[in-house]
Design a binder for this molecule. Structure first.
Ligand code: NAI
Ligand code: MG
Length: 361
C-alpha cells in the first residue's frame, strides 16, 4: 500500500516548522525505506493570497483522498481584517467539516527532560503518555434547541446535549482502535449519574466493546471524578474517550500536565476510507505565532510529533513513530532547547533548524 500525505504548511511559523518535518520525512525514505507520496499545497492566508479563498476546492478534494493531511498553522495579523467568510481559520474549519473529523485526539505526553514545565510534581507526570479522544462534531455545542428565549418575563439560555447511538458508536470504535496501537486500555468518561446522554453513552461504549473489542480493557468513570484523577495520578490512563464538552475541558487540563505549547501535537480522525485507513488531519496545537514568525525561533517539535502520530495511527508504523519520539526525547535530555523551552540551566539554545538537525542526528 502506498502512503499518501498532503502537506499544508499554512502561515506564520507553519512553513518553518513544516520544513523540519519535510526533512524528517525524507530521512525515513532514505534511511528506513519508508516512502511517502507527498504533495504540498496552500491553506489559510497563503491560499487566500493566491486563490482569494483560504482553501481551494482542488486542495479540499486532495485532502479527501490522501491517507493523512499534515497542517502547520493558519492566520496572522495580515488577515485579521478580512471578511469572516475568507478568514484563514475558515480553511481549517472547512477541512474538519467536509472530512467529517469526529474524533479529536489530544495526547498528553511528558518527556522526562521537560517534567519541570508541568504544573504538577515531576514524579506524577514524568514519562506520562495518555491520549484523550474527544467527540468533536456533536453534543451540547451543536444540539437543538439552542438560543436565548423569553420565559415568564425573563430570559433563559438553552443548549441541548444530544447524542445519537451512531455518533457514540463511531467515536468509541476510534478509541478502541487507537488503544490497540497503544496500551490497550480505554476509560470512557460521562455523567451517567445525572445525564440521559451519559446513560446512553455508557451503554453504547460497553456494547461496542463487548461485540468487537473484548481484548481491550474498558472502564467507565464519571467525568468530574475523571478530572480529579487526571490531576492526581494521570499515569493510570491510556486512552480516555469522552464527549465534546467534557473532552474540551479534560484535554485542556491534560495539556497543562505537560507544559509547553511548542510540544503539543494533535490529530482529528473521521470514518475509515476504502483502504481501511481513517480520514485524518494531523496538526500542532499551537497557532501561527506571528510574534516569532520569520526569526527561526519556533519549536518544530509539536509538528514533528504530529507526524509521529500520523506514522502510528495512519500508516501503521508504530515502531518508527516510537523511533522518532525517542529522538525528540534524547535531544531534550541532551539539553537542546528552542527559546520557548529555555528554562533549564546549562541548556543549549538552538534555532528551529538546529532542533531539526539535532533530531535528525
Ligand atoms: P499561538 O499559538 O500562535 O501563539 C501563542 C504564544 O505561543 C506566542 O507567544 C507564540 O510565540 C508561542 N508559540 C506558539 N507556538 C510556538 C512554537 N512552536 N514555538 C515557540 N513558541 C510558540 O496563538 P495566538 O498568538 O493566539 O494566535 C496567533 C495566530 O494563530 C492567530 O491568527 C490565530 O488565529 C492563529 N491560530 C491558529 C491555530 C491553528 O492554525 N490551528 C490555532 C491557534 C491560533
Ligand atoms: Mg478548549
Amino acid at each position: 500500500m502506498t502512503n499518501t500525505l498532503l502537506i499544508l504548511p499554512g502561515d506564520g511559523i507553519g512553513p518553518e516548522v513544516m520544513a523540519e518535518v519535510t526533512r524528517i520525512i525524507d530521512w525515513f525514505g532514505a534511511r528506513r525505506g519508508l516512502k511517502f507520496g507527498v504533495s504540498e499545497d496552500l491553506v489559510g492566508g497563503a491560499a487566500y493570497d493566491v486563490h482569494g479563498v483560504p482553501l481551494a476546492d482542488a486542495t479540499m478534494a486532495r485532502a479527501q483522498q490522501v491517507d493523512a493531511v499534515l497542517l502547520g498553522a493558519v492566520g496572522g495579523p495580515k488577515y485579521d481584517s478580512l471578511d469572516f467568510s475568507v478568514k484563514p481559520e475558515r480553511g481549517l474549519l472547512r477541512l474538519r467539516k467536509e472530512m467529517d473529523l469526529f474524533a479529536n485526539l489530544r495526547p498528553a505526553q511528558c518527556f522526562d527532560a521537560l517534567a519541570d514545565f508541568s504544573s504538577l510534581k515531576r514524579d506524577v507526570v514524568s514519562g506520562l503518555d495518555i491520549m484523550i479522544v474527544r467527540e468533536l462534531t456533536s453534543g451540547v455545542y451543536f444540539g437543538e434547541p439552542r438560543g436565548i428565549f423569553e420565559e415568564n418575563g425573563q430570559r433563559v439560555g438553552i443548549n441541548t446535549q444530544r447524542y445519537t447511538e451512531s455518533e457514540i458508536d463511531r467515536v468509541a470504535r476510534a478509541a478502541f482502535e487507537l488503544a490497540r496501537k497503544r496500551g490497550n486500555k480505554v476509560c470512557s468518561m460521562e455523567k451517567a449519574n445525572v445525564m440521559e446522554s451519559g446513560i446512553l453513552w455508557r451503554e453504547v461504549v460497553q456494547a461496542v466493546h463487548d461485540a468487537d473489542y473484548p481484548d481491550v480493557e474498558l472502564s467507565h468513570m464519571y467525568a468530574d471524578a475523571g478530572g480529579m484523577q487526571l490531576c492526581r495520578w494521570p499515569k493510570q490512563f491510556d486512552v480516555i474517550v469522552t464527549d465534546n464538552l467534557f473532552g474540551d475541558l479534560l484535554s485542556d487540563v491534560a495539556a497543562m500536565l505537560t507544559g509547553s505549547l511548542g510540544m503539543l501535537p494533535s490529530a482529528s480522525l473521521g470514518a475509515p476510507r476504502a483502504n481501511g485507513r481513517p480520514k485524518a488531519l494531523y496538526e500542532p496545537v499551537h497557532g501561527s505565532a506571528p510574534d516569532i514568525a520569520g526569526q527561526g525561533k519556533a519549536n518544530p517539535c509539536a509538528c514533528i510529533l504530529s507526524f509521529a502520530m500520523a506514522l502510528r495511527y495512519s500508516f501503521d508504523q508504530g515502531d518508527e513513530a516510537t523511533r522518532l519520539e525517542q529522538a525528540v526525547e534524547k535531544v531534550l535530555a541532551d539539553g537542546v532547547r528552542t527559546a520557548d523551552l529555555m528554562q533549564a540551566e546549562g541548556a543549549t539554545p538552538v534555532s528551529t533548524r538546529g532542533m531539526g538537525d539535532a533530531i535528525l542526528a
